[in-house]
Design a protein around this ligand. Structure first.
Ligand SMILES: [Zn+2]
Length: 768
């Protein structure tokens, strides 16, 4: 590992045999789907792990690794970081370091210069699991941060004389938010269940994130998923330079390194202090693997240190100087929060006055909004006595199941404690429970239909009953409600009946929604549009938006296909970063009613940027608001589907800074059926002449077998204006007259909708 040198050791940790095995197996499984290179690497890791059992292992900071990863996917970030450091260097030349040092106040209890609202997202593996850390543990960490950033920590007495006058009161305070982004009462703590809490990375952050312009997001997970060979990662931060991503901005920490785990544990872990130092722009004193002071952390009051092995295991002499032979300097500042010397967290006890200046410079340049007066009001942090009403919140092992399937429910109660529970499971057996964890509920009520059911939880807290209802929480696929393969498509084109037909849109983030939009389409008159999301304009992990199909019986079908059309463009994000969009499009199938999803294969099953663009390689300005001007700006995707009796499809857009995205003509067809629209129209020689027309026009078509034919006229909003033909129609040529006066048509665009059997198409007509 080339980056080994840059890893720093935050504390020592003994691996537990089973723990390491299980986690490497999880990692192995996850990486299996990636590539051989990673597979070999993982085997190496596994072998390493097995040989290392019972050896002392190190816990590491993953910030440098993470920054390197982000820059590899977005080279612009590297330029931004270099620009920042250039500006910082210029700034330092304009200030008198002696004045800066003199102005530095030690351990003052004056009002802080900056107050930062904090939200802690506890991503746990179950309410009673150790990962669901207590409010007390969270509060103990906030308390410690406010000591360490203000030089009020009791262990500052251990500081050596030579560093005493450069230690700084950073004048930064952290407060748990009292209001959430919607203005609701909050404790600044969010608890979310996830079975993936042992896979902590930027993707997991999507499960819960508040606007990072207003809050410092702290995510607590069971384990951080970072590839390091010589230890485990205890935490990582996102640097503030530029704006690499609004939706991943913050720090993630292993729950074992956050706060005071037990009251008797009087040694505080300094990991969170260290990571927030990175979040405010600080580097490690050994940055750049160089003993040259100007090359490492850009500060002259943190003597350069050298960390060749990624480990600094003590005990350390007071005269230790890892860079002393190359470049005579002061002894290593073992006290600094941003370095690591393993002395069981006893030796980290200070930031320097230049580190303070750099953090302030970062706040003023990149995080201005977060400490503003407006934001203090918005996040409620000045209100000392807020008591929020308790809220019950439910989670389950599954939401989409087959008929007769089981769902296991659990709950969290925010802002309070429940003394009684009353569950109601519509459509479930049993249909009620008074247990805190009610066990598995069976869904087998409605055998015919694809159904969604509400789940309600009422709790009693302080003698008061509080209800929480989750609408359509469980979706059960009726055993007989499997759509025949022939042709079925998400029919938002001329009616909003796609939901009734079992199609579902899912948005991971409530801010972004799919909307039916008339006037823009691949064929027909409307498509589904996903608006670009300015909040998420430059994210690294993105936000998922999906369309899920109903189940199809493709058993016995010859060459069944899943098809759709989409349109999107590449876009450059807002200044100063001008980050380029990197959206991904992926198509999945499920043969267990949506419980698990497998990526489909073949051309069109996965697109990354820039190939995802249907409009060429040009990056539009982020504010353009992309609209496809004609059919050539769309791309049709056709994927081979499995010939099985029960299959669903899912189209997922992983939105990473992209422009508007349009989806249309989504359907499943099998050999023997004709295609929709153009193909069906062509097969019956359908024609409208004249078109445009003034008073009357003629619709002509030919049938080669007698069929039920239904022809109607609809307007641009999809409303039915009138029926022209509804009859069993014989083989041969047919002409149907359309009279504008009979239908009361105004000048403008209308559509003729033709249904033959269970297939249909629309044709645009114009009256003038
Ligand atoms: Zn670090």
């Amino acid at each position: 590992m080339g980056a080994k040198k840059k890893l720093i050791i935050l504390s020592n940790h003994f691996y537990f045999t089973i723990d390491i095995l299980i986690n490497f197996i999880i990692l192995l499984t996850k990486l299996l789907v990636l590539n051989m290179k990673k597979l070999i690497y993982t085997f190496t890791m596994l072998a390493f792990g097995l040989h290392s059992i019972a050896q002392q292992k190190s816990t590491l900071c993953g910030t440098d690794e993470h920054n390197k990863f982000l820059q590899s996917t977005n080279p612009q970030l590297k330029i931004e970081e270099e620009n920042f450091n250039k500006n910082w260097k210029n700034y330092l030349q304009t200030v008198n370091l002696n004045d800066l040092k003199k102005a530095n106040k030690l351990g003052k209890t004056s009002a802080p210069k900056y107050i930062i609202p904090v939200v802690v997202h506890v991503i746990h593996s179950g309410t009673t699991s150790s990962t669901n850390i207590s409010d007390a543990q969270i509060n103990s960490e906030i308390d410690f941060l406010n000591k360490s950033f203000r030089n009020l920590n009791s262990d500052s007495v251990n500081r050596r004389e030579i560093f005493k006058d450069i230690a700084a009161d950073c004048e930064i305070e952290f407060r748990l938010a009292k209001k959430d982004p919607q203005g609701n009462c909050s404790k600044g703590i969010v608890r979310v269940y996830s079975p993936n809490t042992n896979l902590g990375d930027d993707i997991l952050k999507r499960i819960s994130v508040w606007d990072s312009r207003s809050y410092l997001n702290i995510w607590i997970v069971e384990r951080i998923l970072k590839e390091v060979s010589n230890g485990i990662v205890a935490g990582y931060a996102q640097f503030p330079f530029g704006s690499s991503s609004a939706s991943t901005d913050g720090v993630m920490l292993d729950y074992k390194y956050f706060g005071q785990l037990t009251p008797s544990d009087n040694i505080f872990n300094t990991t969170t202090t260290h990571e927030i130092g990175h979040w405010l722009g600080l580097y490690h004193p050994f940055q750049g693997d160089s003993c040259n002071n100007t090359d490492n952390d850009g500060l002259s009051d943190t003597p350069p240190t050298y960390n060749p092995d990624g480990a600094r295991n003590g005990p350390f002499s007071a005269t230790l100087n890892t860079c002393g032979t190359d470049n005579p300097d002061l002894v290593d500042q073992q006290e600094n929060y941003m370095d690591y010397f393993n002395c069981k967290d006893k030796c980290q006890n200070m930031f320097t006055y230049q580190q303070k200046a750099r953090m302030h410079y970062c706040i003023e340049n990149y995080r201005r909004e977060i400490f503003s007066v407006e934001n203090r009001v918005k996040t409620g942090i000045d209100n000392p006595t807020v008591t929020c009403e308790a809220i019950p919140s439910i989670y389950s092992n599954n939401k989409n199941i087959c008929f007769d399937g089981l769902v296991t429910f659990n709950q969290n109660v925010y802002n309070g404690t429940a003394t009684a529970y009353n569950w109601t499971f519509n459509g479930g057996t049993p249909s009620t429970s008074t247990l805190a964890t009610p066990g598995a509920i069976k869904y087998n009520t409605n055998i015919e239909n694809d159904s969604s059911y509400d789940v309600k939880l009422s709790i009693t807290t302080n003698g008061k009953q509080i209800d929480s209802t989750y609408k359509n929480y469980v979706t059960v696929l009726g055993s007989k409600k499997v759509v025949k393969a022939e042709i079925n498509y998400a029919d938002w084109q001329y009616a909003n009946d796609w939901y009734d037909k079992g199609w579902r849109f899912e948005s991971e983030n409530g801010r972004a929604k799919w909307t039916r939009i008339a006037g823009i389409s691949y064929n027909g008159i409307a498509s589904m549009k996903l608006e670009d999301d300015p909040f998420n304009s430059v994210p690294s992990s993105g936000i998922e938006q999906s369309l899920i199909s109903p189940s199809f019986n493709l058993s016995g079908s010859i060459s069944p296909t899943f098809r759709f059309a989409y349109s999107t463009a590449l876009v450059t994000g807002p200044p100063p970063s001008n980050t380029k969009s990197t959206d991904d499009l992926r198509v999945y199938q499920s043969i267990n009613c949506g419980t698990t999803w497998t990526p489909m294969t073949g051309t069109g099953s996965a697109y990354t940027s820039p190939a995802i663009s249907t409009t060429g390689p040009t990056y539009l300005n982020w504010a353009t608001g992309f609209v496809p001007s004609d059919k050539s700006k769309w791309r049709e995707v056709s994927l081979a589907a499995p010939s099985v009796p029960n299959v669903r499809f899912k189209i997922t857009l992983l939105r990473k800074g992209g422009s508007n995205f349009y989806l249309d003509a989504v359907r499943v067809s099998s050999s023997g059926g004709v295609g929709i629209n153009d193909e069906l129209a062509k097969s019956i020689n359908f024609n409208v002449a004249p078109n445009p027309f003034n008073t009357t026009t003629e619709l002509s078509f030919e049938l080669n077998k007698s069929s039920e034919v239904n022809i109607s006229v609809i307007d641009i909003l999809g409303r039915n204006i009138g029926t022209l033909l509804k009859a069993n129609t014989n083989v041969g040529s047919h002409i149907v007259n359309l009279d504008r006066n009979a239908l009361g048509l105004n000048n403008g665009i209308y559509f003729v909708k033709v249904e033959i059997g269970n297939q249909s198409f629309v044709k645009k007509i114009m009256v003038n």
